[in-house]
Ligand binder design. Structure first.
Ligand code: PMV
Length: 321
């Protein structure tokens, strides 16, 4: 049995929409930071005696859609390893389910590495990111360490992720303001398939590579002002596409907008903080380490904020036993 642990990640330039939904070749390249301590731990054991794959998720034996997605992913590993064996997968997240923290990135990153290693495959990090991508696009970015770029690519091999710099390069924090514990109705998997129904998607995609280069340089130069400006703009663009898709996807709650306005005000007042949002209502307040305690204290004052999680830049996936 092999156990792997992968951190979740937060995108600064977002992945939204695919050129190829099956291969998950994204409409644009993206960039993210792994979130230290917000992780999934997954053990995989291939067992000839099993008559089907088995999934234990957060201490509960799970069937249905979750098992189906895991089995489909295991099929890729089975094919690569030339085996027909079924596997037992035991997976748990250390963050509360339903806190609006996406688990697909950390889950598919950990599953890919645990299952491939347990099957005896020796794959490069780059190959592992391409396999993880087939499970969930953002999972490709949870495999390499620190700050990570997912190259768009044109086919399975060329659409991969790699680290642009180590976690300790820039002492940023993601202070996550949880404003809703509700489970989202439309997940990102389905959302990607309707991105092109928005007239705004083409404009968002057209500028994405340029924005990525600006954010990448801002990370490398530790230039917070430039970083903040583009990160917020890119998040707003993605949500504009979501809201104008058909059917529209409104992930924001009234509380989301309240916190976003506060963050912009705090930055105007001199605090190094900006916001970014994934496919949900919770606000990722990205700030420097020096600003983090003030940001957290300010967020705690707001009635709308139910919970706060804080993460620093994290490593890539690790095999822990
Ligand atoms: O990897 P997926 O299919 O869960 O999509 C992730 C989409 C966003 O979180 C909204 C953006 C991103 O780049 O992580």
């Amino acid at each position: 049995m092999i156990t792997a642990r992968a951190n979740s990640n937060i995108a600064f330039i977002k992945y939204w929409g695919n050129l190829d939904d099956n291969l998950r070749i994204p409409a644009n390249p993206s960039i993210s930071m792994n979130l230290d301590g917000i992780h999934t731990t997954t053990s995989v054991r291939w067992d000839d005696r099993l008559a089907s794959d088995k999934l234990v998720l957060n201490q509960t034996e799970t069937t249905g859609q979750a098992l189906e997605r895991v089995s489909q992913h295991l099929d890729i590993i089975r094919q690569r390893a030339g085996i027909h064996t079924y596997a037992e997968v035991i997976s748990s997240n250390n963050f509360p389910m339903g806190a609006g923290i996406a688990s697909s990135a950390s889950s598919f990153a950990a599953l890919t590495v645990a299952a491939a290693t347990a099957a005896g495959l020796t794959l490069s990090e780059r190959e592992l990111t391409t396999i993880a991508r087939l499970g969930s696009g953002s999972a490709s970015r949870s495999i390499p360490t620190g700050f990570v770029q997912w190259h768009q690519g044109t086919d399975h091999e060329s659409s991969y992720a790699e680290s642009i710099t180590e976690p300790d390069h820039w002492d940023l924090r993601d202070v996550i303001a949880v404003v809703s514990h509700a489970h989202k109705e439309v997940g990102s998997r389905q959302g990607h398939t309707t991105a092109n129904t928005s007239d705004l998607q083409a404009a968002r995609v057209a500028g994405a590579t340029k924005r990525l280069e600006v954010v990448k340089q801002a990370i490398l130069n530790r230039d917070f002002a430039t970083f903040a400006d583009v990160v917020e703009y890119d998040s707003n663009l993605m949500h504009a596409v979501m809201m104008t898709s058909r059917p529209p996807l409104f992930y924001w709650q009234p509380a989301t907008l309240t916190v976003m306005e506060k963050v912009r005000q705090w930055r105007q007042d001199g605090l190094e903080v900006c916001y970014t949002l994934d496919a949900g209502p919770n606000i990722h307040c990205i700030c420097t380490a020096q600003a983090a305690s003030t940001v957290a204290a300010e967020l705690r004052q707001l009635d709308d904020v139910q919970d706060i999680l804080i993460a620093k830049p994290g490593t890539g996936v690790l095999i822990i036993s």
